[in-house]
Design a protein around this ligand. Structure first.
Ligand code: FE2
Length: 367
């Protein structure tokens, strides 16, 4: 009694176009009977009497379904399977087997055959199996196409979003630069400070092994960190000598003013948080909130260190600039107080590496 596995029953109607069938069997009578029947039912069929000739035809012509005998001389249907799938990964294969080959047929299913029929084959059942296999093949192709379209769409949207993110970041940096220019116009000693702090802080973040997004946020925050000084009185900003407690309180207010100015840039909350915390001290003695240790974001801790380094190595209204090595030695005394020890370690490495590079440039006469 002919039978087929129920594993591939697919709901719905068969594909509208009749599939092209390749019938492979070394027994002429079976091959010809199947071919005649399927042709009479409107299928386009071709026949081959060996696995090798079937593979040769598959390499030249397209078929939807291959009906393939298992037991054939020289090369069995099972051995032909991987070669057939290499030629056409979408080929639907139905194995034809003698009763004793049932175990082998099951193995064929695990290798990608869609179905098997036991000889002698009942022709009506054979037709249904062909329709099922072709339908399942079409569904599989359709599913893959839909997946491909979705993947392409997701990739396209992701790229568009990345592009928008890059444009927004560029625009933000331009806005930041405008604000910084306005702020630096008030204070000659601050000129270039934000740019230097941004680059140094990004190098330190990178040296600490932070991810690329955090490094970029640190760089951006570095550019913006002192923007609030636009609201500090010029006579105080440029005052030589020590500030009175009232004056110092006014200078400290630049963090709050900066956060008010930057508040509309709500699409970059991480960078804004770093700006907010650039005067916090590791031991809790900083401002505006007196945060302690790792309560302070990593960006805040890095900016505090780089801000201090750049301030000391730059000339100010009230004192001359210090050398980089001298500054590192000086800041060493503030580790654990003003500075996070890990951040200081990375700052020291970055500064010493820069000194080495400068020395090499000097030796080679590079400007
Ligand atoms: Fe500041």
């Amino acid at each position: 009694m002919p039978r087929s596995t129920a594993a591939f029953r697919v709901a719905g109607s068969p594909a509208s176009a009749k599939p092209r069938i390749l019938i492979v069997d070394d027994e002429d009578s079976i091959r010809d009977a199947i071919s005649r029947y399927l042709r009479a039912r409107g299928f386009d069929t071709k026949t081959e009497d060996s696995a090798a000739s079937a593979l040769a035809r598959l390499s030249q012509e397209h078929f939807d379904v291959m009906l393939c005998d298992i037991r054939m001389p020289l090369m069995s249907g099972l051995d032909a399977l991987p070669h057939a799938f290499r030629l056409d990964g979408d080929l639907a294969v139905i194995m034809l087997t003698g009763v004793n080959d049932a175990g082998t047929a099951t193995e064929a299913l695990s290798q990608g055959a869609m179905d098997y029929l036991v000889k002698p084959v009942e022709l009506a059942e054979l037709e249904r199996a062909v329709e099922r296999a072709a339908h399942r093949r079409n569904l599989e192709i359709e599913r893959r196409n839909v997946e491909w379209v979705i993947r392409e769409e997701v990739a396209l949207r992701t790229e568009e979003l990345e592009q928008e993110k890059r444009s927004l970041r560029t625009l933000t940096v331009s806005i930041a630069q405008t604000l910084i220019n306005a702020m630096e116009a008030k204070d000659v000693y601050l000129r270039g400070h934000s740019q230097r702090v941004a680059e140094l802080a990004a190098s330190v973040a990178d040296a600490m092994g932070l991810d690329a997004d955090t490094v970029e946020n640190v760089r951006l925050a570095g550019r913006l960190h002192d923007v609030g000084k636009i609201g500090v009185r010029e006579d105080i900003l440029n005052k030589p000598g020590a500030l009175t407690p009232e004056e110092f309180a006014h200078v400290k207010d630049h963090v709050r003013i900066g956060m008010d100015i930057l508040a509309p840039l709500s699409h970059m909350p991480v960078a804004l948080e770093f700006v907010h915390e650039h005067h916090e001290h590791y031991d809790g003695s900083g401002y505006p909130r007196g945060l302690v240790g790792e309560q302070i974001t990593i960006g805040g801790r890095i900016l505090a260190a780089c801000d201090a380094f750049d301030a000391i190595t730059s000339r100010r209204a009230f004192r001359e600039a210090k050398e980089a090595n001298e500054t590192i030695a000086y800041l060493e005394g503030y580790v654990g107080r003003l500075l996070d020890p890990d951040v200081f370690g990375a700052l020291k490495r970055v500064v010493l590496r820069r000194k080495t590079l400068t020395f090499i440039d000097d030796v080679h006469g590079v400007a």
